[in-house]
Design a binder for this molecule. Structure first.
Ligand code: SF4
Length: 291
């Protein structure tokens, strides 16, 4: 491939066609010398020690802690994004530092040696899949050290990507933002995003070594109808030939005004609780969050 040619990124269904030197819509990948490279690889904007329950993961390693790392960039632009300062940023918009996989794993191993409640690394805050190679490389090293890998993601990536990382992920929380293509369109998602997210959830559900939880952030006026939650819960129930009813852990969480919806009122707590009850008609494990 000549360095003067445009190339197509195959990581998500946006399939950005990138001229030489151009940056993808997610701001994390670039055409460098005729190859699409994950420019944000190892560039960490946020690093914290979080309880497992904060991811949220309600039924995996309770009481554990995760070294949680995020970079910048995302392939969606949800107007209600709770992390827009890094998800909607590029390399010049936010401070970051290089943290190669070896160093992140070493930091985590040191933390685990000090405190046995530290069980692994979470890839979170921005969208980890736009630099999925960092998740893969870190997970491989983490596993050698007995550390777990957690993925917190919008799930919007091509299946070739998901197939490569699914066996390396010990637990995942995937956003299911709604159940209509129109909602994903309102989030600036790539074409076919809802289908991609559903395929990711199905793939991770079928991965024997991956514990899966799913989250819907309830945003007033966008996805707060009983019909929409009913449709999502019904579909989750059907996973694995009906095993989803018992096996899926579903979080219904409360929105607070952020970014383009900064002036919007939070989701009323009774609405979140009522929608959780709707989901409970189908699913055994339903949790409310941010209430
Ligand atoms: S991950 Fe998606 S948004 Fe980012 S460059 Fe690739 S195709 Fe474009």
């Amino acid at each position: 491939m000549s360095g003067s040619e445009a190339v197509t990124c195959a990581v998500c269904s946006r399939h950005c066609r990138l001229a030489p030197g151009a940056l993808g819509a997610c701001r994390a990948r670039r055409n460098a010398g005729g190859e699409v490279v994950p420019e944000a690889y190892g560039r960490v904007t946020s690093l914290a020690l979080d309880p497992v329950e904060k991811k949220p993961l309600a039924r995996w390693r309770p009481g554990g802690y995760l070294v949680s790392a995020g970079s910048y960039g995302c392939n969606l632009a949800c107007p209600f994004c709770q992390n827009h300062r890094i998800s909607q940023a590029g390399e010049k918009d936010v401070g970051w530092r290089e943290l190669p996989p070896e160093r992140l794993v070493e930091l985590t191993a040191e933390a685990a040696a000090r405190d046995p409640r530290v069980v692994g690394i979470a890839h979170t805050y921005n969208e980890p899949l736009v630099t999925w190679e960092y998740v893969r490389d870190t997970a491989l090293l983490a596993r050698e050290r007995g550390l777990a890998t957690v993925l917190v993601s919008n799930g919007c990536a091509e299946q070739g990507v998901i197939d490569q990382i699914a066996p390396l992920v010990d637990a995942a929380n995937i956003d299911l933002k709604g159940f209509s293509p129109a909602l994903y369109d309102a989030c600036g998602a790539p074409p076919g995003a809802l289908d991609a997210v559903r395929a990711t959830i199905e793939r991770l559900f079928d991965e024997p070594s991956c514990h899966l939880e799913v989250t819907t952030l309830v945003v007033p006026g966008m996805n707060d109808s009983e019909d929409e939650v009913e449709a999502m819960a019904t579909w989750l129930t059907s996973l694995g030939g009906g095993r989803g009813a018992e096996s899926i852990i579903y979080h219904v969480t409360r929105f607070f005004g952020r970014w383009r919806m900064a002036g919007a009122a939070p989701t009323p707590v009774p609405v979140v609780r009522r929608l959780a009850d709707v989901a409970r008609r189908h699913l055994t494990h339903v949790h409310v969050g941010n209430c």
